[in-house]
Design a protein around this ligand. Structure first.
Ligand SMILES: Nc1ncnc2c1ncn2[C@@H]1O[C@H](COP(=O)(O)OP(=O)(O)OP(=O)(O)O)[C@@H](O)[C@H]1O
Ligand SMILES: [Mg+2]
Length: 190
């Protein structure tokens, strides 16, 4: 049971790609204030141009603009995942966003990482201002794009066959670190 927001005020950082895969893998609702291709790909996807309802078991995909309704959900969410790329504008917008929501659990998600150094650089720039903020990363990969295009989650695509398991091995391991934050172990039967 979680309300997860994937949000950033910067466009094109990977919000929709991540939000869709997480929602489908978790069997959660996907909700957005931004028209997205997910609406044609996922039966549990809903578009809310105005008032946005607060639900549990939902991944919200909040597009890159100020929206009072989105802000209400962000304030109530269990976690905000903040995708950030290695570009100064993206990092600056992330810092401003974190300041606005610094009392919330935020996971900084460095996306489209080209080299390990990229991730270190982004983490240092964020931690300089907000030490201890949770941080994770995903390399530059076609995993999320190909998953969304085919209407499969990242896990479904990865697990399709030997070829995809080979192709997306590292990227899937990085994606799984995020997914596993929300996967609760099924209770063991005594
Ligand atoms: N890890 C990655 N590696 C390479 N490309 C990626 C990665 N994550 C996302 N992308 C690609 O980046 C582009 C932008 O991603 P996406 O549409 O998810 O971003 P967004 O933040 O939702 O954008 P918008 O602000 O326009 O809604 C897409 O083409 C997507 O496939
Ligand atoms: Mg989007």
């Amino acid at each position: 049971m979680a309300t997860i927001c994937v949000a950033s005020t910067k466009g094109g950082v990977g919000k929709t790609s991540l939000a869709f895969s997480l929602a489908k893998d978790l069997k959660y609702r996907y909700a957005t204030n931004d028209m997205s291709v997910v609406l044609n790909k996922y039966k549990n996807a809903r578009y809310y141009p105005n008032k946005i309802p607060l639900y549990p078991d939902t991944v919200y995909d909040f597009g890159g603009f100020e929206n009072p309704h989105a802000n209400e959900i962000l304030r109530e969410a269990d976690i905000i995942i903040l995708p950030t790329t290695n570009d100064l504008n993206s990092i600056m917008k992330s810092l401003i966003f974190i300041k606005q929501f610094r009392d919330k659990p935020i996971l900084v998600f460095a996306n489209m990482i080209e080299s390990p150094n990229d991730a270190v650089m982004i983490r240092e720039k964020i931690h300089e201002h907000f030490p201890n903020l949770a941080f994770t990363y995903l390399r530059r990969t076609k995993l999320l794009k190909n998953a969304l295009e085919s209407g499969m989650s990242a896990s479904e695509l990865y697990e399709s066959n030997n070829h995809t398991q080979h192709l997306y091995k590292q990227a899937f391991a990085e994606y799984s670190k995020i997914l596993n934050l929300f996967v609760t172990e099924s209770p063991t039967v005594p």
